[in-house]
Each structure stands twice: as C-alpha cells, then as structure tokens.
Design a protein around this ligand. Structure first.
Ligand code: NAD
Ligand code: UFG
Length: 338
C-alpha cells in the first residue's frame, strides 16, 4: 500500500511514518513545514533505512493535490496536517478554520476526484467538549467546544461524517487522541515545538535540560487527588501504531468510525513532574501559578472500543514515556535545529 501522509514531518506524523514503513507500506509525505523541519524525515530515513519521498506543499493547494494523486498510486491518506495551538487559535481563528477545515475540504475533494476513499483523520479528545462525563466514551455526542481549534476538529468530524454518509465507498477513521508524549526510542525524532512550548511535556523536558528556568503549574486547587489537572498521557509510538491498526480496519469497514486513543489512566501534573524527575535524575523546579483559561480539571479515555475493534492498546507505560522524552531532549537539546 502507498499512504499519503499529510503533516508527516510533524511530531505525531514522523513517528507514524516510521511505523507505516515498519509495517511494509510505502509512504509519501506532504507537509508545508509551517511547524516542522525536513530534518525529521531525514531522521526517519536513518531509523528505518528506507527513503521517505517528500513533497513540500500545502493541503489547501488543490492543483498540487491533483498532481500528487495523478503521479502516485495512493491507496489511503493519513491526515495530520493542521494547526494545533489552542491559545493561538483564539487569536487567529481564520487561520485555524482555513488550515484545518478548508484544508480538509480541499484534501477530501482531491481524494474523491482521484478515487481514493480511505482516510484516517487526527481528531482530538477536545471534541467531547466542556461538559462531558469522564471517562470519555465514543457513544457520547460531540460537545460544546471552547476555542476555534477544538471547534475546527468538531467541524471536520461532522463534514467527514456527512461525506461518508453520502457515498458508501468512503472508509474514514476519526482518531481522538488524548495527550501524546514521548519520543522514538532511538532518540532521533521527538517533539520540537517552535518557541515557548504550550504543552506540559516539552516544557518539563526543556526545564530539565536547562533551556528554561522553571515550570509554572497552572492551578493547584482543582477537585482532583492532588489539586492539579489530570490527563490521559500516551506514548507517541503507541499512538503511531494506532494509525497502522486503523488503516487495517478500514480495509474491511466502510463508513465513519470514531476511536479514542488513550491509556485510560488519568495522571496529574505533579505526577508527571515526579515521573520525569525519576527518569532524568534531576529536580524539575516549578511554581504554582493561576489556572490556565479553558483547562478542564480532568479527562481520560475509555479506550475499550479501540481494543475490541482495532486490536489496539497503549502498551508503553509512564516511565517509558519519560525515559524516551528525556533521551530525545538530551540528544537534541535544541531540537532539530541544534
Ligand atoms: P505538528 O504541528 O507537529 O504536525 C502538524 C504538521 O502539519 C506540521 O509538520 C506542519 O508543518 C504541517 N502543516 C500544518 N498546516 C499545513 C498545511 N496547511 N499544509 C501542509 N502541511 C501543514 O502537530 P502534531 O502534534 O504532530 O499533531 C498532528 C495532528 O494531530 C494535528 O492535526 C493535531 O491537531 C492533532 N492532534 C494533536 C494533539 C497533540 O497533543 N499533539 C492532540 C490531538 C490532536
Ligand atoms: N500545564 C502546566 N504548565 C504548563 C503547560 C501545561 O501546568 O506549562 C498543565 C495544563 O494546565 C494541563 C496539563 O498540564 O492541566 C496538560 O496541558 P497540555 O497543554 O500539555 O495539554 P492539554 O490537555 O491542555 O491539551 C492537549 C493538546 C490539545 C488537545 C488536548 C486533548 O494540546 O490539542 O490535549 O487531546 F486537544
């Protein structure tokens, strides 16, 4: 099979390209490098010993997509490309709707014209909205989202659902990621955010390596066991393997199918700090700060459906997530540019 991977130079995309190649597929990566470095793909080539064909371009460029589908015999698409910073999405809603919603429209239109109907989409736990009971289960309706990023994911889920209902040839997986962390065990690829990290894991790792002085823990008075927020952190390699399983599943299942990809275990911010300290053998200086606007106290996955229908479970534990993050950070203190 040849898989087009949009956003394949990014954090989750690059790890997924490794696992797609390991599973015997061919890949073609399409990425505009707005939030990634082509160096990640060179590292993927090093890890897998295989060439990674790469087109630098934008998913909103319909002429480019037409060319890509005409020149390559694509069987399926794994679609990561998009913008993902929650806070930035509030400042730049049009950019988020354009890249995430319009970009997906242009992509699926090109797929339809090319006769490619198998698609795996990067969705998010954020589509359950602000009021959903935990753990989140796929039978819950999509909820009220609190920012343009989350709304863009919910809109894309809806448009893909309508599309699948319009034509029985479509086979679409909506993969709802919880909180991906970690890095490939080689330490060659990992998460390399531009600027100050928004997310907890890369921030902790940059404090550990001395790039940042201390972590701010946003909120200490939540109604959780230790007062800090709880999330369902999963290893990015487990998440990548979920995409391989989803593609296998779609080979025999038309229609649209949502799956939670998480461990099912809530972990607090303080537990994350302690676990990282164990892995790196250094203290992580932190201070408590006010709550961050928009944060939910606690959410985690019910991942039973992925286990039963995809045969997927997250196998790598928290210690492994931390050890692999630390190896990546230590070997690449300045990320791909270092
Ligand atoms: P990332 O920013 O590392 O990867 C996204 C990639 O898409 C980047 O390489 C970027 O250059 C590329 N891109 C962006 N807009 C593009 C466009 N218009 N055309 C072509 N390429 C474009 O992010 P990631 O963490 O790897 O996330 C991948 C996907 O998973 C995103 O859709 C994100 O919303 C989703 N997701 C991520 C998380 C998370 O916590 N990381 C959680 C839930 C969902
Ligand atoms: N946190 C801190 N300090 C920091 C950064 C984060 O205390 O410097 C806390 C947050 O307040 C939150 C927890 O760490 O309690 C996790 O925060 P992240 O920003 O790492 O992750 P979120 O759960 O906020 O959001 C992530 C992705 C979203 C996605 C969501 C659900 O960023 O894109 O998971 O999948 F929608």
């Amino acid at each position: 099979m040849t898989i087009l991977v949009t956003g394949g130079a990014g954090y989750i995309g690059s790890h997924t390209v490794v696992e797609l190649l390991n599973a015997g597929n061919n890949v073609l990566v399409l990425d505009n490098l707005s939030n990634a470095s082509a160096e990640s793909l060179k590292r993927v080539e090093h890890i897998t010993g295989q060439a990674v064909p790469f087109v630098q371009g934008d998913i909103r460029d319909s002429a480019l997509l037409e060319r890509v589908f005409a020149e390559h015999s694509i069987n399926a698409v794994v679609h990561f490309a998009g913008l993902k910073a929650v806070g930035e999405s509030v400042q730049k809603p049009l950019e988020y709707y354009d890249n995430n919603v319009n970009g997906t429209l242009v992509l699926v239109d090109a797929m339809r014209k090319a006769g490619v109907f198998r698609l795996v989409f990067s969705s998010s736990a954020t589509v359950y909205g602000e009021d959903a009971p935990v753990p989140y289960h796929e039978t819950l309706p999509r909820g009220r989202t609190s920012n343009p990023y989350g709304s863009s994911k919910a809109m894309v889920e809806q448009l893909l659902t309508d599309l699948a209902h319009s034509d029985p040839r479509w086979a679409i997986a909506l993969l709802r990621y919880f909180n991906p962390v970690g890095a490939h065990e080689s330490g060659l690829i990992g998460e390399d955010p531009f600027g100050v990290p928004n997310n907890l894991m890369p921030f902790i790792a940059q404090v550990a390596v001395g790039r940042r002085e201390r972590l701010s823990v946003f909120g200490s008075d939540y109604a959780t066991a230790d007062g800090t927020c709880e999330r369902d952190y999963l290893h990015v390699v487990d998440l990548a393997l979920g995409h391989v399983k989803a593609l296998d599943f779609l080979a025999n299942h038309a229609g649209v199918h949502a799956f939670n990809l998480g461990t099912g275990q809530p972990v607090s911010v303080l537990q994350m700090i302690r676990a990282f300290e164990q892995a790196c053998g250094r203290a992580i200086p932190f201070e408590f700060a006010p709550r961050r606007a928009g944060d939910l106290p606690a959410f985690w996955a019910d991942a039973t459906k992925a286990r039963q229908e995809l045969g997927w479970v997250a196998e790598r534990d928290l210690a492994r997530m931390m050890a692999d993050t630390w190896r990546w950070q230590l070997q690449n203190p300045l990320g791909y540019g270092g």
